[in-house]
Design a binder for this molecule. Sequence first.
Ligand SMILES: *Cc1c(COP(=O)(O)O)cnc(C)c1O
Length: 389
Amino acid sequence: MENEKLVKKTEQKSEEPPEPNFEEPPSTKLCLKEIPSSTQEVRHPIASIEALAKYLPLNEQVKIALKQVIKSYQMLITPYYLSLIKDVMDPHDPIRRQCVPSLEEIRENEHETMDPLAEEKTSVTPFLVHRYPDRALLLVTGRCFMYCRHCTRKRLWKAKNAEPSLREIDQALRYVKDKPQIREIIVSGGDPLTLHSERLDYILSAIRQIKSVEVMRIGTRTPVVNPQRIDAMLCRILEKYENLWINVQFNHPAEVTPQAAEACRKLQRCGIPLSNQAVLLKGVNDNPDVMKQLMQKLQAIRVRPYYLYQCDPVVGANHFRTSVYQGIEIIEKLRGHTSGMCIPTFVVDGTEGKGKIPLGPNYLISLAKDQVTLRNYKNEVIQYYNPQG
Ligand SMILES: *Cc1c(COP(=O)(O)O)cnc(C)c1O
């Protein structure tokens, strides 16, 4: 009886952790040192080639080669995401391509770097990148539930110190506090939703205490790779933050499953608007029809397409990169042909930390003082009276 009580008590405790003390300003926070940084381990994640070979037919030669690859770039796949592979015999499956290592990863290309956006060099404090005047990016963890093969922050997978301590978070937030022009914090990583809910709550509440920060934005792939993580306790935490937006990353229509849609719905019920940041990936979505399907499926679950990224020149992702022109062409084939709500902005993230540069089809043919020549999505040319400004 005593024992039973004890078990019940500890169970309850893990469900309802004690509320952190929100009254404490960030700089005196160390009371929360004991919060474990990571949580919600996926049951039986696939992290070895032998484990992978139980699901996918891999011959001995391929297994040996892939073991070599994952020494450079580790593998971690959720069983859920792996289950989305339609045909295990198809090495070109778009789901497989995003999660299963490829020999092509170790064929490096001279244009590739470990940190294509120069985030390390341009950090203003460890884990804080302040590139634009009014918003800053805070990397709260290097961990993900799944390591995407096209990841632009592979450097964090290996980093010994990929997890900011609460002291470093505090240091970053003190920087933000000193710069009142920063009105938005982008909380990313890694995947912030891999953090222990209580730690995430602590970080969000510390950000919320900074008066000049009007908006918080989380970047996560959790609804796509581990939708079960969007549970009631996480929702109870997230719904407290009324200025919170979430950006997800769906790259292929096959990822928009009933489970993923349910995870999105739970977040939306918390009042959180969801947007999508897709990456243009060769052999995954570099096709106007696939992209249109993806965008329409997202619109149907009320996830607004936001960006479509050119795949960054990060090491080991050469086999994913397409010509920039292909991205422009995909946008051209969306605009006018489907709902304007389904059209993301295609962006190239400039190397050396130069920031995102939008690219799109040109509809302006010529511009004169009193007349502009324009074309529409069907390539019909019109003359349009240009009012004097
Ligand atoms: C992408 C990014 C942002 C956010 O840019 P938006 O155009 O507002 O989405 C902010 N800071 C850094 C460093 C970024 O890379």
